[in-house]
Design a protein around this ligand. Structure first.
Ligand code: PMP
Length: 407
């Protein structure tokens, strides 16, 4: 970290200069969404001030420039994920839409009654409900890989669970509720050994670590721009080209066609076949700016710095009497979920807001995780590149204070 001054990184985020309830804002809800650096805000501002036009359509200069920016953003994403080709990069609304696209297009076409989709017990609802919808529509089986009391899954258990019936393993790279980082590369290998595909939900991983889809050898990878310092409403579905080629379109409309008559429509080439209608042009440009911002700091440096924050927060929180950390995986990202005996998480988070500390108290859209640990909700502090040790000291002091008031 010696080469990065993280206080300078923090200074790039205008929103963090604000006061909240008369206190400096300690924003610790990065798992829900991240704040945006100036370079992203300026890219959006620039686009609307100087470049706005519809893409892939006009022959005039402005439209050509907008198209260049939009397609340039796709190349930035390709490089960020180390995908083999921009044909494998589909812009979507976010992780939720990416997973639904795979369920509607690939799975509906490829899976039949009795086929199995395996998910883990720590999935976000967006990687559970689309498969349940499909189960109810075409009769697939949904099987759950359970986790242990630390919030980890076991590769041997996965080996025992999958069979030739398994067609898809849909798994989160990093749990938003627990912070667990799953061994997705090994999981991909296990999926392949029975001829199944793997879909990785990268919503929480991409803000925190280098992801290389070719190294992971995954079939599908989903991410959300807003969790990685980019705008809301933009995300990415990466999929191997051969899979996308064979998949039917998800939505029909403009831009996804080559020719249309009332008898027959020929679809556009990849990735446009999956981008019906006017896309979120500014979103893609903003996401590319966010990825460049992260690369400017260095993904490895981000991971290393956040690991320090996590270790410090974990150590400090453990000194709070009656506090239990939920999720103690060996391999964990910058999320710490906890409960305090006798205190409802919502009451605690409400009091912490008075101290200018923004944390989440909820089931984190992962209700089965709450059921596993037999808690209604947790308080979750999730870190980003602008957080610092002072934020954590304030977090812990605020937890102590709230506890005193509530007990
Ligand atoms: N998966 C995980 C692990 C998440 O944390 C989230 C967002 N909380 C999602 C999927 C859904 O992402 P989005 O709401 O951006 O579509």
């Amino acid at each position: 970290n010696s080469t990065v001054d993280f206080s300078q990184v923090r200074a790039q985020f205008p929103i963090l200069q604000q006061q909240e309830n008369g206190q400096p804002l300690a924003y610790l809800d990065n798992g829900a969404t991240s704040q945006k650096p100036l370079s992203v805000i300026e890219a959006l501002d620039d686009y609307y001030r100087l470049q706005n036009a519809n893409v892939h359509r006009g022959v005039y200069g402005l439209s050509e420039r907008a198209t260049e920016l939009y397609e340039g953003a796709r190349e930035t994403v390709r490089e960020f994920l180390n995908a083999a080709s921009t044909r494998e990069i589909v812009f979507v609304r976010g992780t939720t839409e990416a997973i639904n696209l795979v369920a509607h297009s690939w799975a509906r076409a490829q899976l039949k009654e009795g086929d199995e989709v395996v998910v883990t017990e720590m999935e976000h609802h967006s990687n559970i409900v689309p498969w349940q919808l499909l189960r109810d529509q075409i009769g697939i089986r949904l099987t759950v890989l359970r986790m242990n009391q630390k919030g980890e899954v076991c590769l041997n258990a996965l080996k025992g669970l999958v069979s030739e019936k398994t067609k898809l393993l849909a798994v989160t790279h990093m749990s938003n509720a627990l912070g667990t980082i799953n061994p997705v590369k090994e999981m991909a290998e296990i999926a392949r050994s029975v001829g199944a595909k793997i879909l990785i939900d990268g919503a929480q991983a991409t803000p925190h670590m280098q992801v290389d889809v070719q190294d992971l050898d995954c079939d599908f990878y989903a991410l959300s721009g807003h969790k990685m310092y980019g705008p809301t409403g933009i995300g990415v579905l990466y999929a191997k080209e051969a899979l996308l080629e064979a998949m039917p379109p998800y939505q029909g409309g403009g831009d996804m066609i080559y020719s249309v008559t009332f008898d027959k429509t020929e679809y556009n080439v990849l990735p446009y076949k999956f981008e019906a209608g006017t896309p979120h042009i500014s979103g893609a440009i903003g996401l590319a700016a966010a990825m460049k911002f992260m690369q400017g700091i260095g993904l490895d440096r981000i991971s290393a710095y956040e690991a320090e924050l996590l270790a410090y927060a974990t150590e400090k929180l453990k000194t709070v009497e009656g506090l239990r950390i939920i999720g103690e995986a060996e391999h964990k990202g910058a999320v710490v979920s906890f409960i305090v005996d006798g205190v409802h998480p919502h009451d605690m988070a409400t009091l912490m807001d008075q101290d200018g500390i923004a944390v989440r108290a909820s089931h984190h859209c992962a209700m089965p995780v709450m059921q596993h640990f037999k808690v209604p909700a947790t308080v979750r502090a999730s870190f980003g590149i602008y957080n610092n040790f002072d934020d954590i000291d304030r977090l812990v002091a605020s937890v102590e204070e709230a506890k005193e008031m509530l007990l």
